[in-house]
Design a binder for this molecule. Structure first.
Ligand SMILES: *Cc1c(COP(=O)(O)O)cnc(C)c1O
Length: 390
């Protein structure tokens, strides 16, 4: 979409993060998760680069996402995590379904029989996520039923951690125990299959979870799922004297990751306001001195969270400037009184690096009371994307 902000995606960073995942896990098979248009980075471009780097599988949520990849010429195996609305597409585009119940397996078997075409599927067990998958007590029965179905081969077994940040290690270990139980059940019934469980946090912190393949998403895009805290709510009623907010994670936990996304725009207008001037809807920010306020063409319609009103910074001329007042639909204001030599048209970085200053997705997420996944998909999927190092 051609609006104020532009999202720049560095494909070398994606490749770098992929290699980091490989290195950390001793060269495990990688299933790269590229759902939600590659977490806002563009699934086609990201996948093509990852294939060049040697990725084994791609994973998406919907068959429509997988079809878009196929239409772009991608031939790599694609796992579809839950869509079962169009069974035929799995055959037409040779996709790998994840099956969560015997009824769906039966539908695949029936379609496979009509086509006289065998299909491989992965089975999901719910080890504690409380979302999709066989209940632990139904695993044994489910497996025997599915194994007897015609034209079906079980080629994978998977599960998902309930906590993307794995903050409760004991719970994660319990989930791994259950997964091992399910694996043993399957081992008794069928030939060995590809077992996979590790999301990004597990790749980064839990070698026991690696099994045969890892299934990272977020870390490929250069963000850490491990959350850290930041004080929120500063700056409301903002005085222009209030110093710029501190970066929330100056030293990210995993220095080996390189963020791939930068979101930029250009200053639309610079206003000079007298002391005591309210800025933006509701006048929640009032200047406490004569101030320069930059108006930027980006707002919550572009995926920049309204919760960042008076509660985040942007980078201009390599320095942080605090957001002044409420985030609007298409615009935000930043207090640039302290930025020397500022002029209209100057480049503004909302997410990413400019000179030596960095704003990470985790920082925005913490300030907005959300997670970096939501920041990336909101910003990345709504603005025009450009690729560098493609
Ligand atoms: C999204 C997703 C992943 C990737 O999780 P990250 O935390 O982004 O690494 C892995 N597996 C499943 C089933 C998912 O839905």
């Amino acid at each position: 979409m051609d609006r104020g902000p532009i999202t720049e995606i560095d494909l070398n960073a994606v490749a770098h993060n992929f290699r980091a995942a490989k290195r950390t896990t001793g060269n495990k098979t990688v299933i790269a998760v590229v759902k939600a248009d590659g977490y806002g980075h563009g699934a086609v471009e990201v996948s093509k680069r990852l294939i060049n780097e040697g990725v084994s599988y791609l994973a998406v949520a919907y068959t429509s996402e997988a079809i878009a990849l196929r239409r772009s010429g991608i031939k790599a195996p694609i796992i579809v995590l839950f869509d079962k609305s169009n069974i035929e597409d799995y055959f037409k585009y040779s996709l790998i379904p994840v099956v969560h119940d015997t009824k769906t397996a039966q539908r695949f078997s029936k379609e496979a029989k009509t086509r006289k075409h065998n299909i491989n599927l992965h089975i999901k067990v719910d080890t504690g996520m409380g979302r999709l998958g066989f209940n632990m007590e139904d695993v044994e029965k489910g497996m025997s039923v599915i194994n007897k179905m015609n034209f079906i081969s079980v080629s994978g077994l998977m599960s998902h951690f309930s906590d993307a940040g794995l903050s409760d290690r004991a719970y994660a270990l319990m989930q791994i125990d259950r997964f091992n139980k399910a694996r043993n059940v399957l081992a008794k019934k069928a030939k060995p299959v590809l077992c996979h469980m590790a999301n990004s946090a597990a790749v980064m912190t839990l070698p026991k979870s690696y099994f045969d393949a890892i299934r990272p998403g977020l870390m490929l895009y250069g963000c850490s799922p491990i959350q850290n805290k930041v004080s929120r709510g500063q700056g409301a009623k903002g005085s222009s004297k209030s110093k710029s907010l501190e970066p929330s994670n100056p030293q990210t936990l995993e220095p080996f990751l390189k963020p791939a996304m930068t979101v930029k725009t250009k200053i639309l207008s610079i206003r000079r306001f007298k002391k005591g001037t309210p800025v933006s809807y509701g006048g929640t920010f009032i200047t406490t001195r004569e101030s320069l306020i930059a108006v930027l063409p980006v707002g919550y319609a572009d995926g920049y969270p309204r919760a960042l009103s008076n509660n985040a910074d942007v980078i201009i001329r390599g320095k942080r400037s605090p957001i002044a007042g409420r985030i609007c639909m298409d615009t935000i204001m930043a207090d640039v009184t302290e930025i020397r030599g500022i002029s209209e048209g100057d480049e503004v970085v909302l997410l990413g690096r400019q000179k030596n200053t960095v704003i990470t997705a985790s920082e925005l997420a913490e300030r907005a009371g959300t997670i970096s996944y939501e920041i990336l998909t909101s910003l990345g999927n709504r603005s025009k994307r450009v690729y560098i190092n493609g």
